[in-house]
Design a protein around this ligand. Structure first.
Ligand SMILES: [Ca+2]
Length: 172
């Protein structure tokens, strides 16, 4: 019995909070600056919440920076890129510190997410530098996520709710 209680205790206080961790989108509606844009395809379309709108840069390279308006612990960055056909190279910077470069071959006309897993780096300005784009630089959405780990008590209530619901359904 004591062993069981110890197991439950360790699960609740060490593992369950990680299971409960939530990915929160922190870039929605945040201001974006870019080195250039074409016509009405403004950088603000990178954080408007839909991949159907885009920032278009009349060049084969360019950059865009999201201002999160306060320092945030960042866990993941996803940039939705589109080229006519060929590859594109994306380099991620947080507060001017280089994080990672990715090159992907894209199918022509298909919006492709470039996903960067970030080891919880705190920063405010998130920059994507795009080079060697097979066609004009075209970004459809620039998503920045933060991981929030709730208090153990919140996790216990969450799993207790699932458990009680399970018992209730079994009783029906
Ligand atoms: Ca968009």
């Amino acid at each position: 019995m004591i062993k069981l209680l110890l197991l439950l205790f360790s699960l609740v206080f060490f593992n369950i909070p990680d299971i409960c961790a939530l990915q929160i989108l922190v870039s929605g509606g945040k201001p974006v600056t870019a080195n250039n844009y074409y016509s009405t395809y403004e950088p603000s379309y990178l954080t408007d919440g839909t991949v159907n709108t885009c920032w278009l840069n009349p060049s084969y390279s360019g950059w865009a920076t999201v201002d999160l308006q306060q320092p945030v612990k960042i866990s993941q960055v996803t940039f939705y890129d589109l080229v006519s056909s060929g590859s594109s190279t994306l380099s991620l910077y947080i507060d001017n510190n280089f994080i990672e470069t990715k090159t992907l071959s894209l199918s022509g006309g298909v919006i492709t997410p470039f996903i960067f897993d970030v080891p919880d780096i705190t920063g405010q300005y998130v920059k994507m530098n795009i080079t060697n784009s097979a066609s004009w630089v075209e970004g459809h959405e620039f998503e920045i996520y933060s991981t929030t780990v709730p208090e153990p008590a919140t996790c216990i209530m969450f799993f207790l709710g699932i458990f009680l619901n399970f018992i209730r359904k079994k009783g029906e």
